[in-house]
Design a protein around this ligand. Structure first.
Ligand SMILES: [Zn+2]
Length: 246
């Protein structure tokens, strides 16, 4: 069995995965498509909704709260910080506001928080007291070092670190994390349709297979053992007991 920690549905409407995954929507339109797919997926696709740092739409906060109250999402995210370009960095105030709203709601509703963070690791530590109160925090496409991940864990945050296509690109930080982090803190993802390799137009969620193969190679593990571990991590990170209430 394969399990993905994260999947953008917008580009793959007809995809019903053979494995469990959490899909993050960031607009009402995207969410309704995602929810329809999730309903047809026999519980394989778990829905999440968040105020994404690349488009921190605070006007969606009420919609997010409604989804939480109605238990239509299993996790809150993506949210976080993205300072990859000067334009994105100029939105720091909106990004912080959106993140603070999400952090408060995730704590109040006791749901996992899925964090997108590019070039803003310091803010994870700045908000560590709040993050500590979250049921769990899934750092999607974690772009920092194994030492940084260890430091996040040492701050008392119940963190999971998810890795995807950069592993196939030979990204040293991602490979180092997958090699060195405690296995029970690792998740794997595609970030479909994003994070394409050279020459690819988009990422397919089916490429999760290649990511699992690469993770097996890096860890020196066989596929069956890795699959079992990822399955367990996925349900621990996203709260298996909540599944029955959806
Ligand atoms: Zn992201």
């Amino acid at each position: 069995m394969f399990c993905d920690s994260h999947l953008h549905i917008a580009e793959c409407e007809n995809f019903i995965p053979a494995h469990f995954c959490c899909s993050c929507a960031h607009s009402k339109k995207e969410f309704f498509i995602q929810e329809e797919i999730a309903l047809k997926s026999s519980g394989k696709v778990l829905c999440a909704f968040g105020l994404h740092p690349q488009k921190p739409l605070l006007e969606n906060a009420d919609f997010l709260e409604t989804l939480l109250t109605q238990k239509r999402i299993i996790a809150l995210g993506e949210t976080g910080f993205d300072f990859f370009t000067p334009e994105l960095k100029s939105c720091i105030v909106q990004q912080k506001k959106a993140f603070e709203v999400c952090l408060e709601l995730a704590t109040e509703h006791k749901v996992p928080l899925v964090v997108h963070d590019r070039k803003a690791l310091d803010l994870v530590f700045f908000y560590s007291a709040g993050l500590k109160k979250c049921a769990s925090v899934v750092f999607h496409s974690f772009a920092f070092t194994a030492r940084d991940a260890a430091s996040i864990l040492n701050h008392g945050i119940n963190a999971y670190f998810s890795f995807g296509k950069p592993l196939l690109n030979g990204n040293k930080k991602s490979i180092g994390c997958v090699k060195e982090l405690p296995l029970e803190k690792i998740l794997l993802e595609t970030d479909a349709p994003y994070q394409t390799l050279k020459g690819e137009e988009k990422t397919s969620p089916l490429q999760i297979k290649q990511i699992y193969e690469k993770a097996c190679e890096v860890r020196g593990m066989n596929m069956e053992t890795l699959e079992n571990c990822m399955f367990k991590n996925f349900f621990t990170a996203f709260g298996v007991s909540n599944l029955n209430s959806l």
